[in-house]
Design a protein around this ligand. Structure first.
Ligand SMILES: [Zn+2]
Length: 229
């Protein structure tokens, strides 16, 4: 499918074919319907290298902005590359409130880097967030976290070669400039592994102790009532 903007007829019907995307607002993988296009006369006058189009999420009706590179201008038509850049990416979510304060700050920034497709900035922030979390866990914290990550590798069935750079980012002791370069796929694994590590080390503990506290509270409330009845 090519996307063509015609000088007289505007966007040509091929664009009617809808785009499927994870919506940055509702998080649903939804169809996006065309909503707004640039004025063709202005595009032909200025001949920009990129053109922005607005789509509407079919699930939540929010506007989603996409940027397309121009493939070529001809007399009456401008053809766009099919690949587009999402100007707003879905935000990664996490139960941040269970993390130690420093870890929370660093991990939030790590996830912003990931959402912006800055995978190596993401990796550097993961190293900082992980290092801070080991200190927060106290003595033996790093070893405990390492064991959790080994379990995650086994559960996910990731081979050692693929996993080596992920381990290096999280547990390496070298300088920041020695961090391996990660691609999108490796960054995705790192994201899930670190989320799991934080879940096992902090969120699980926090959630469970809170839930048990609540149970105990109701038990003592009820027995108090029975005694007074
Ligand atoms: Zn949506």
């Amino acid at each position: 499918m090519t996307i063509v903007l015609d000088k007289d007829r505007g966007i040509e019907s091929e664009l009617e074919e809808r785009i499927g995307l994870e919506c940055p607002y509702c998080g649903v993988f939804a169809h996006m319907s065309p909503q707004a296009f640039p004025d063709a006369a202005a595009v032909f006058r200025d001949k920009p290298k990129h053109v922005g189009l607005v789509y509407q999420c079919d699930a939540c009706h929010a506007p989603v902005f996409l940027r397309f590179a121009v493939r070529e201008y001809s007399e009456n038509r401008v053809e766009l590359f099919r690949n587009f850049v999402e100007l707003e990416r879905p935000k990664e979510r996490f139960a941040f409130s269970y993390l130690p304060e420093h870890t929370e700050v660093l991990f939030r920034e790590a996830l912003s880097c990931y959402s912006a497709n800055n995978f190596n900035a993401f990796a550097s922030m993961c190293r900082r967030a992980a290092k801070g979390s080991f200190e927060a866990l106290g003595e033996g914290g790093k070893l405990r976290a390492f064991e959790e990550v080994m379990v995650a590798q086994e559960i996910a069935g990731i081979n050692d070669d693929t996993f080596a750079p992920i381990k290096n980012v999280l547990f390496g002791t070298g300088q920041y400039e020695d961090l391996p370069l990660l691609n999108r796929a490796q960054a995705g694994i790192l994201l899930e592994v670190l989320k799991d590590m934080f879940y096992q080390c902090f969120v699980r503990h926090g959630k469970l102790s809170r839930a048990i506290k609540v149970r105990r509270f109701f038990v003592s409330e009820n027995s108090g009532k029975r005694q007074s009845a």
